[in-house]
Every structure is written in structure tokens, then in C-alpha cells.
Design a binder for this molecule. Structure first.
Ligand SMILES: Cc1cc2nc3c(=O)[nH]c(=O)nc-3n(C[C@H](O)[C@H](O)[C@H](O)COP(=O)(O)OP(=O)(O)OC[C@H]3O[C@@H](n4cnc5c(N)ncnc54)[C@H](O)[C@@H]3O)c2cc1C
Length: 417
């Protein structure tokens, strides 16, 4: 990037979730002047409420061939893994058709390869940044356990074989091995697959905040404002806020599930859907600690030990981003979670968030096709906490005119806009 002789900020990053904070930090590390804008504290939305898994093995998105086998149970709209709103579905038939088309076998391998590259780069950054940010005590290298109540060894073996193809390590566990690994849970699981290279954190929101503090500590600026619009301004950009304006040479849109709204006035119709999800936290039993995130494969819920308690997260709810909450999925799975781990009364309120998802379940990472200096970094679906750092680093590299350290061709915004 040529030297900045104007009075504009080099880069303004819109959105201080894990993706925006990472982009801001990476750009600052490259010596650019950077402002990070959010209406809330960093890491307060989707990057707060997720399950905190930094997942080596989440290279196969929801829309993979097995989805077709599961469709009958999902269409019933009774399974905890997926609920969908009929009105939303009727308005989004095009998105659904493209989502299903991406689930074909021929479409799955290239996407898994692309996500594998993104995840690998991101895991490395997380492990470095979390220490540099003074939050190294929050990461746990205890893996992630996917567990089956039925004797479904075949499913676990199939998962393991698929991961092995990409060099991702895992361990098959029987009932005894699961009890040895998690001595404090009830022995409800017959088979498990431990993703050994996966880490998790005890508060994704606080990790995101720690990265934001690291950014600010290195001279980056964090501004709390509502972002109203963006418009081209000479050779740069003007960002209109509720309380003023910012001029910058480059704008990064990292607004997670809100990203498409800001781009519409510029003529970009981004097919971004929101896969909503919920969590509730419960007082842990100090004498019977849960040691790692456990995903209950048949009942589609996850429970994980967090700073405030045991966090139980629900499956996917396909509906409008801002539609009223429905607690059915959570109500179904919380009693099932209680049958595995001992925990007490709820802590705090039920949380709702929205995974931002494009039809092929790959994020958009790159320049906007028709506007110089506009960069897109969103759509990280179920694995945005994992993939935020490398998404941000790739954007910073491109702004600096450098090559990202992994293949980003599959993430080009041009595939949709
Ligand atoms: C239930 C659930 C469990 C999950 N579990 C995991 C997991 O274990 N591991 C994993 O890797 N991922 C997980 N995810 C996915 C992950 O949380 C998301 O992909 C990721 O947090 C997206 O980050 P983001 O920075 O793109 O968006 P966000 O974190 O939502 O950040 C966007 C920011 O933009 C701001 N913003 C929006 N509009 C405006 C505006 N007009 N003005 C000012 N600011 C604005 C918001 O305030 C927000 O801070 C999970 C998601 C859910 C819902």
C-alpha cells in the first residue's frame, strides 16, 4: 500500500465481532492506521454467545451429502437440529435451492479443502494471539467430543475417515474410554469421537475483547457508534455514523449477520441468511466438572464449560434474523443435557444469536467487485469464532497488496455479487 499522505484513516473496520477485531488487529500489525467501529462493546453479539470451540475438524458444513438423508426428519420441523419457518422458507426458496445444491458430493470436497486451509491458518493465529493478548488462561487444549448414545460406531468411523483424508487427527472412544475422559458425566454415550486438535475457550466474548484491547494497545482506535451508511468519497470512503463521520481509504465490512444491510444501497444483493441459535448457562457443580465441549450427535445440542457456568447451545433455526425468539429447541435439549452433566439453576437470560451464512457455507473474504477500497469479511456461519483471525488476517494482507498465507479463491465475493 502506498504511503498515506491524506488526513484519512488508512482502514476503518465496521463491526467488532471476532472477524472485525481480527481484521483491525492484523491491519494495525501491518503498520496501517486503523479505526474499529461498533455500536456495542467488542465481542458482544454472535462472537459472545457461541460455544467457543476453535475447531480443527469443522471443515464439512451443514450442507453436505448427509443432509439429504436427514431431510425427512428436518422437514417434520420437530427435530432439535433444525427448525424452519414456513414464511421464511417461501421468501427464500432461491437461497434454499442453492444451499441444497452445494450439499452435493461434487461440491463438498472443494469446500472442505478451502475451509481446511482457512481453519488451519486461524488455529495458528488464535493460539498466538490469545497468549499475546494476555488471555492464554482462557484456552483449553482438551479437544471436542462428539458422542452418540446409540451404538453408532459406523457413524463415528465415517466421521473419522473423512477427517483423516485431510490429515485431521481424532480418536474413537467406547463407553469406558468416554468415562475415563469425562469422569463426571453420566455414562449415556456408547461411542465418541474426540477431535484431539481442537481447542476451546471459556468465554469467546472475553477473548474477542482481549484481542480488541491488544489492537487498542498497539495504537488502534475503537469507536462506539451506530453505522448508518457508507459512500465513496474521492479515492476513499465516507462512513456515516449516528454521531459523525469517518473518512478512510479502505472500508472493511465485518458486520456478521448485519453485513448485507449496509451493502444493499451500493447495489450488492448479498444472499446472506441467518441460522439462528440459542444458549442458556447453568450453575456448574464444582465437584462434578465438565472438562470439554461435548456435542450430543443424536439430539443436536452442545454443552461446554464456560466462565459463568455450563453453556448449552441449540441447533439451527432458519427464520428472519429479527423474528421473535422461540425457545422450543432449547426447551427440548436442556433436560437431555441435564441427563448427561450435573448442573444447577440457570445463570442469566437466554441468549439468541444468528450465524451468518451464504448458500455455499463459505465466507466472503475479499474485495467488493465494483468498488475500489471496499472489502468484505463475513458469512463465517457455524465456525466464525474459529475462522475470524485468519479471515481478518487475509483481508489485512490484501489491503497491503500482499498474498494471504492460504488459498482464498473459494471465498471470493464475486461468486455471489
Ligand atoms: C449458538 C451458536 C454457537 C456457535 N458456536 C461456535 C463455535 O463453537 N465455534 C465457532 O467457531 N463458531 C461458533 N458459532 C459461530 C460464530 O459465533 C459466528 O460465526 C461469529 O461469531 C461471527 O462473527 P462476526 O464477527 O462475523 O459477527 P458478530 O460477532 O455478530 O459481529 C458483528 C458486529 O457488528 C456490529 N454491528 C452490526 N450492525 C451494526 C451497525 N449498524 N452499527 C454498528 N455496529 C453494528 C454488531 O454490534 C456486532 O458486534 C456459533 C454461533 C451460534 C449462534
Amino acid at each position: 500500500m502506498p504511503e498515506n499522505t491524506s488526513n484519512k484513516t488508512d482502514v476503518v473496520v465496521l463491526g467488532a465481532g471476532i472477524v472485525g477485531v481480527s481484521a483491525a488487529h492484523a491491519a494495525r500489525q501491518r503498520g496501517m492506521s486503523v479505526m474499529l467501529v461498533d455500536r456495542r462493546e467488542p465481542g458482544s453479539e454472535t462472537s459472545y454467545g457461541n460455544a467457543g470451540i476453535i475447531s480443527s475438524g469443522s471443515i464439512f458444513p451443514l450442507n453436505q451429502p448427509s443432509l439429504f438423508g436427514n431431510l425427512p426428519k428436518y422437514l417434520s420441523n420437530r427435530h432439535a437440529a433444525l427448525r424452519w419457518d414456513v414464511g421464511w422458507a417461501l421468501k427464500n426458496l432461491g437461497w434454499i435451492a442453492r444451499f441444497l445444491a452445494s450439499a452435493r458430493t461434487s461440491q463438498t470436497k472443494p469446500r472442505a479443502q478451502a475451509l481446511h486451509g482457512l481453519i488451519k491458518a486461524s488455529l495458528k493465529l488464535h493460539r498466538e494471539w490469545i497468549v499475546q493478548a494476555g488471555a492464554g488462561n482462557r484456552i483449553r487444549e482438551t479437544g471436542w467430543l462428539k458422542a452418540w448414545r446409540s451404538d453408532n460406531l459406523a457413524a463415528a468411523k465415517a466421521d473419522q475417515a473423512a477427517l483423516t483424508e485431510y490429515g485431521i487427527k481424532s480418536e474413537l472412544l467406547d463407553r469406558q474410554a468416554i468415562s475415563a475422559l469425562e469422569p463426571n458425566i453420566l455414562p449415556v454415550y456408547s461411542v465418541g469421537l474426540l477431535h484431539t486438535e481442537t481447542a476451546s475457550v471459556d468465554s469467546p466474548g472475553n477473548v474477542t475483547k482481549a484481542y480488541a484491547r491488544m489492537f487498542a494497545g498497539s495504537g488502534g482506535e475503537v469507536r462506539h457508534s451506530e453505522i448508518k451508511s457508507i459512500m465513496q468519497d474521492g479515492d476513499g470512503w465516507r462512513v456515516v455514523l449516528s454521531d459523525g463521520e469517518i473518512r478512510a481509504r479502505h472500508v472493511v465490512v465485518a458486520l456478521g449477520p448485519w453485513s448485507a444491510d449496509l451493502l444493499r444501497p451500493l447495489g450488492y444483493r448479498v444472499p446472506l441468511a441467518t441460522e439462528r441459535g440459542y444458549h442458556r448457562e447453568f450453575q456448574p457443580n464444582a465437584a462434578r466438572k465438565l472438562l470439554r465441549p461435548i456435542y450430543d450427535a443424536e439430539n443436536a445440542f452442545l454443552m461446554t464449560p464456560m466462565e459463568q457456568g455450563i453453556r448449552v447451545t441449540s441447533g439451527v433455526e432458519l427464520t428472519d434474523r429479527d423474528a421473535p425468539s422461540s425457545y422450543e429447541q432449547l426447551d427440548t435439549v436442556v433436560p437431555l443435557a441435564r441427563g448427561v452433566a450435573e448442573f444447577g439453576e440457570p445463570v442469566g437470560e437466554i441468549w439468541r444469536g444468528a450465524r451468518p451464512t451464504l448458500p455455499d457455507s463459505l465466507p466472503m473474504i475479499g474485495p467488493a467487485p465494483r468498488h475500489h477500497g471496499l472489502w468484505l469479511a463475513f458469512g463465517n456461519q457455524h465456525i466464525g469464532f474459529t475462522t475470524g483471525p485468519a479471515t481478518g488476517e487475509a483481508i489485512a494482507a490484501m489491503i497491503a497488496g500482499a498474498e494471504p498465507g492460504f488459498d482464498i479463491s473459494a471465498f471470493s465475493p464475486r461468486r455471489y455479487i
